[in-house]
Write a protein that binds this ligand. Structure first.
Ligand code: GLV
Length: 336
């Protein structure tokens, strides 16, 4: 077997020991910890510092350092690279088509993220239903209830889920326990046994008839700004928007307008169009609940995600296949 080294880009917090154990299957372990820069990373790659790398682990936060995995970066990586194991359910910062063209397989971390992200979606949904920001701020400012107004119950409200994958289904499961009626839209209807009573509707019907809309789909060129002014225009007046998926799914400026003119009653957001920058209209708005992209930020989930990435890495080195390869590549398998 030719050399099969592994490269860790970014930090591992919960599964350090398991990473070190990868030395049993990899011919060598390289590390490029956080703290560098894209320029530095590219020059190390070009100088041969990671030669022989066959599979790499890419932490989600390392994107801040290396930037997106695009043509430029893929060209600089060692030619021996065959597998990219990305830590994150979303992988919009990896150019999958460019990887496929080079014969590089990519995995992400679905499943491991489902429960924690769905918990945060419910937290934001309940917060938005109660328009919690006003009373939360008032009590912290010593104003007791302040300019208090009543919220809404989830019970009997129609929750529209855009993207009924693992996270969407976990949101549906939780929302049902709160008495919500669930409808969803996907490119394809799920088999009846996976719908768990949720109603499949068209995208337009979802927008027109939902009281609360939860975004649980991935970001790609065809879903960027899937929610913009024309979509807000046909929604019910007073709809509530929850986004725990990716910020650029929503045209943030259009959301700010819709919050101002009352089309959207409140919103609960964990993700933003230009993270970590947040549209000033959202920061100022009294009717939004904001979190700084912490959907998967629990000890248990972070560890599960790290372990899943490492299991992908080990499977790549030992068996030349990934456990959770991204779906686009499964379709384009012929090219890999
Ligand atoms: O946003 C978090 C993830 O993609 O896992």
């Amino acid at each position: 077997m030719s050399e099969r080294a592994a490269l860790l880009i970014g930090n591992l917090t919960h599964a350090r020991k398991e990473w070190e154990e990868c030395a049993q299957v990899a011919s060598k372990l390289y590390e490029y910890p956080e703290g560098g820069s894209r320029e530095d990373f590219l020059s190390k790659c070009k100088s041969g510092a990671f030669d022989g790398t066959y599979a790499l682990y890419r932490s989600n936060d390392s994107n801040k350092v290396t930037g997106n995995f695009n043509d430029e970066l893929l060209d600089a990586l060692p030619k021996s690279l065959k597998f990219i194991c990305h830590n994150g359910a979303g992988y919009d910062n990896v150019d999958i088509e460019a990887c496929t063209k080079r014969g590089i397989s990519v995995s992400s971390t679905p499943i491991a993220v489902n429960e924690a992200t769905a918990d945060v979606a419910m937290w934001l949904m309940l917060g938005a239903l109660r328009n919690i920001k006003q009373s939360y701020q008032a009590v912290h400012q010593g104003k007791w209830r302040g300019d208090f107004s009543l919220g809404h119950d989830p019970k009997n409200k129609t929750l529209g889920i855009l993207g009924m994958g693992g996270i969407g289904s976990a949101v549906a499961h939780r929302a049902k326990a709160f008495g919500m009626k669930i409808q969803y839209h996907n490119r394809h209807q799920l088999p009846a046994n996976e719908e768990d009573g949720a109603k499949y509707v068209s995208f337009e019907e979802l927008l027109k008839t939902s009281d609360v809309l939860s975004l649980n789909l991935s970001l790609n060129p065809s879903t960027r700004h899937i929610i913009a002014k024309p979509q807000f225009d046909i929604m019910k007046d007073g709809i509530i928007i929850v986004n725990t998926a990716r910020g650029p799914l929503i045209d943030e400026a259009a959301l700010v307008d819709a919050l101002k003119n009352g089309k959207v009653w409140t919103a609960g957001l964990d993700v933003f169009e230009e993270e970590p920058k947040i549209h000033p209209g959202l920061l100022e708005a009294e009717n939004v609940v904001l979190l700084p992209h912490v959907g998967t930020a629990t000890f248990e989930t972070q560890r599960d995600m790290e372990l899943l990435v490492l299991n992908n890495l080990k499977s790549a080195i030992k068996e030349e296949k990934l456990l959770t390869q991204v779906p686009e590549q499964k379709k384009a398998k012929a090219n890999i």
